[in-house]
Every structure is written in structure tokens, then in C-alpha cells.
Design a protein. Structure first.
Length: 427
């Protein structure tokens, strides 16, 4: 983990590289993904089956795509009671938090008209669950529960498998979340099936959930055919700390994020060079104890940076420039600093709020903007599973009272049919 001080010549260069870290596009990947999408759109289930054999080494007939109720029932026997309890506890917390995000249809009467907005849940949502380097039942809960709270009638889950059997943790999590259909299909061909629909996998209206660069690219390319949540990149964490922060905590939190993926990005912003050095030493020590040591080590070596700045004011400003997925404020009286943060997907306040608690059981969603997009994107929420339609209603008298204004706009914009549509009400 490199340490860079604000007095160093390369400080601006390193910061610029971090700010421009988003790497969600590759011409070669896009070309490959486009080919798969086109093939599935034209070839349907047969194409999906061919890609399942090619990429996942599994031979499936279309009638075998969907996981059966018996498989879901059997999954409960393959996990321990305390694991099921943990999934249900997390599910209850997530459901309770998102239930508070509900919005309703509203209307009001002003001097000229009756206006409002109608809030309607989407009909069908597809949840993509990765099947790569790690297992994410928490992702099932975080993506599917808000959809059900919002009132989505059909929630579909797709996940790749190389054995034909979906992991029991994912199946139990899906049942807890209220998922209606589960398919043992993943990758770009899984995204294509959700977006375009096949005979075995009817299309959805929106696709949510994380994935690798190929899956992220597929989601980006089918946007418009369906809606998507966001194009998410590698996991990120930025820790703000000072000389009073425990190095062991800071290092542990950074490694908590680094173990996700070799491409994960972790940063320390501190006012203390000594703390930065102590954290580097702690990371070296703690890495030796990790089960995913190889993955976390690659992440740290490739991307981790400790920025040393003169003041906390500059530390928070630097965080806002980086706009990370997660910000952990490891300071005394951390709550007093929350107003300093403008751009962050999630904010963890205080020394007893490790990233892990928010990843799993706190309740707020862990699907967050990455790559600096926290400048303009929000966390996944209930709003992602509903659509809003404007309501406009005028009486004859009310319309007459605004007729001249509409006619003026019609003339200004040269759209005379607009004016004639107004005039038709009095002929």
C-alpha cells in the first residue's frame, strides 16, 4: 500500500488516477457481449443452452433452466439452523428499512387544475446473482426484498452454476426474499434471456444485481430494452482517520473490502503519517491470516493508497473528490462530521460501524454506486422498483383560464396543432 503525502510531487498525479479509476468499458469485451446478446435474441432457449454448455460446462435442456420447488425445499436441509436464522434476521432488517421508503400516489387541486403523480410497481424484475469468486446470499436479499416491498409481482433470479445445482444458501435467501422464479443460468446469456425473453424465461422490465465486466457490459447494452439499476464496478472503501484511530481497525476494514475481488479499490485518508505507516504494517500482518489472502493482496498491491493530508477539512474534501462507494469515518464523535460528506454511496460512522455490518444485517441497501458515480447516482432503493406517472386533469372552465398562455407557447414554438387542439374544445 503506497503512502502519498500532500507535499509529495506525485500527489496530484496519484489522486487524478484514483478519481479517473472507472474502467467499465472495453472494446473487446463489448464486441464479444454484443455477439452473445444478438445470438440469444434470435436463438432463444437453444442459444442459452449452447452458451451454458460453452461457458459453464453444463448441459441443460430448456425445461431444466428453472429450479424446482423440491430443490428449494431440499436446500434448507443443507444449511445449518444458525445460518438460516442469520439469513432471516438480515431479511427482516432489510425489509423493515425499505418499508420506510414507500411512496404513494398523490394529488392536489390548485386554482386551475387537478394534478398529481401515480406510483406503480414494475410488473417484473430480474435479479442477477454472481456465481464467481465468492458467494453472495446477501445480494439476493438486498436486490429482491425491496422489489417485493415495492409490490413487484414477478421477481426472477438468474445465477450461473457449473454443477447444475444452485448453492443452497442462495436458494434459501431467495425463498426468504420472496423470489418467484429461479433459473440456473448466468453470464451474458442470462442477462440476454432476462432482457429479450425466451420461451423458458419470460422477459422482465428491469435487471438489477452485480456481476463481472461482461455482465456489467451486457446490462449497459440492453438498457433501453429494459431498465437497469446501475453499471457497477469493483468494490470500494475509503477510510477517514486521524492519529487517534486504531490502526488494527483501519487495516481490518480496508481488507474487508479488498478481499471481495482483485480489482477492489481501498483508500486511507488521514492527517497522520505515523498512522498511515502503522496501517500499512497492520495490513501486512493481517493479510497472513486471511483465507482470501491472494485476492486481497493483489487488490492492495495494485490499487491501495494512503493519502496523508494536513487537516480533516482536506481529508473530507479529498473523499468528496474520490466519491467512493463506501466511506468509513473512523474518528471520535464521527456523527459530527457527516455533513462534510457530499459524495458517497454509503457512510459508516464511528469505530463500531465496520463495513461488514452494513454489508449484511444493518438494513440499508448494499447495492451502491462505484467508480466515482456517487457524484450523481444513489444507492438501490424502493424507487428503483416503481415508476411514476404524472396525472393532469382540467375542467372546461379551468382550461379556458389558461387558454391564452397555451396559445402563446404554440405560436412561439411553431406548433400550430397544439393551438388547434385547444381550440377544438370550444367548437
Amino acid at each position: 500500500m503506497k503512502i502519498v503525502s500532500s507535499q509529495d510531487r506525485n500527489f496530484t498525479q496519484v489522486l487524478r488516477k484514483v478519481r479517473n479509476r472507472s474502467s467499465l468499458q472495453s472494446a473487446q469485451v463489448e464486441k464479444s457481449v454484443k455477439g452473445i446478446l444478438r445470438t440469444v435474441e434470435k436463438g432463444g432457449d437453444a442459444a442459452v443452452a449452447r452458451y451454458a454448455l460453452k461457458f459453464d460446462r453444463i448441459r441443460l435442456k430448456p425445461q431444466q433452466f428453472r429450479v424446482t420447488p423440491d430443490e428449494i425445499k431440499t436446500a434448507h436441509a443443507h444449511i445449518r439452523k444458525e445460518e438460516g436464522d442469520a439469513l432471516r434476521f438480515a431479511g427482516d432488517r432489510i425489509r423493515s428499512f425499505h418499508d420506510r421508503q414507500r411512496t404513494s400516489t398523490w394529488m392536489y387541486q390548485d386554482r386551475n387544475s387537478r394534478l398529481g403523480q401515480m406510483v406503480t410497481p414494475l410488473d417484473a424484475v430480474g435479479v442477477y446473482v454472481p456465481g464467481g469468486k465468492a458467494l453472495y446470499p446477501s445480494s439476493v436479499l438486498m436486490n429482491a426484498i425491496p422489489a417485493k416491498v415495492a409490490g413487484v409481482k414477478r421477481v426472477v433470479m438468474c445465477t450461473p452454476t457449473s454443477t447444475g445445482q444452485v448453492n443452497p444458501y442462495l436458494l434459501v435467501a431467495a425463498e426468504i426474499a420472496g423470489v418467484d422464479e429461479i433459473y440456473r443460468i448466468g453470464g451474458v446469456h442470462g442477462v440476454a434471456a432476462l432482457a429479450f425473453g425466451t420461451k423458458a424465461i419470460p422477459r422482465v422490465d428491469k435487471i438489477v444485481g452485480p456481476g463481472n465486466l461482461y455482465v456489467a457490459t451486457a446490462k449497459r447494452l440492453v438498457y433501453g430494452q429494459v431498465d437497469i439499476d446501475m453499471v457497477a464496478g469493483p468494490s470500494e472503501l475509503l477510510v477517514i482517520a486521524d492519529e487517534t484511530s486504531p490502526p488494527s481497525q483501519v487495516a481490518a476494514d480496508l481488507l474487508c473490502e479488498a478481499e471481495h475481488d482483485e480489482e477492489a479499490r481501498v483508500y486511507l485518508v488521514t492527517t497522520s503519517h505515523q498512522l498511515a505507516q502503522n496501517v500499512v504494517n497492520e495490513i501486512k500482518r493481517q493479510l497472513l491470516q486471511l483465507g482470501r489472502q491472494r485476492i486481497a493482496t493483489k487488490s492492495i498491491k495494485r490499487y491501495a493508497v494512503a493519502f496523508v493530508v494536513p487537516s480533516l477539512d482536506e481529508a473530507f474534501e479529498l473523499s468528496n473528490q474520490i466519491a467512493p462507494e463506501h466511506v468509513a469515518v473512523n474518528l471520535e464523535r464521527a456523527i459530527e462530521f457527516v455533513h462534510r460528506l457530499r459524495h458517497a454511496g454509503a457512510i459508516f460512522l464511528g469505530r463500531y460501524t465496520p463495513p461488514a455490518v452494513a454489508d449484511y444485517v444493518a438494513g440499508p441497501n448494499h447495492v451502491l454506486p462505484t467508480g466515482g458515480t456517487a457524484r450523481f447516482f444513489s444507492t438501490l432503493s424502493l424507487d428503483d422498483y416503481v415508476k411514476k406517472s404524472n396525472i393532469v386533469s382540467y375542467s372546461k372552465e379551468d382550461l379556458w383560464s389558461v387558454k391564452d398562455y397555451v396559445m402563446r407557447f404554440s405560436e412561439m414554438e411553431g406548433l400550430d396543432a397544439h393551438g388547434k387542439s385547444m381550440e377544438s374544445r370550444w367548437k
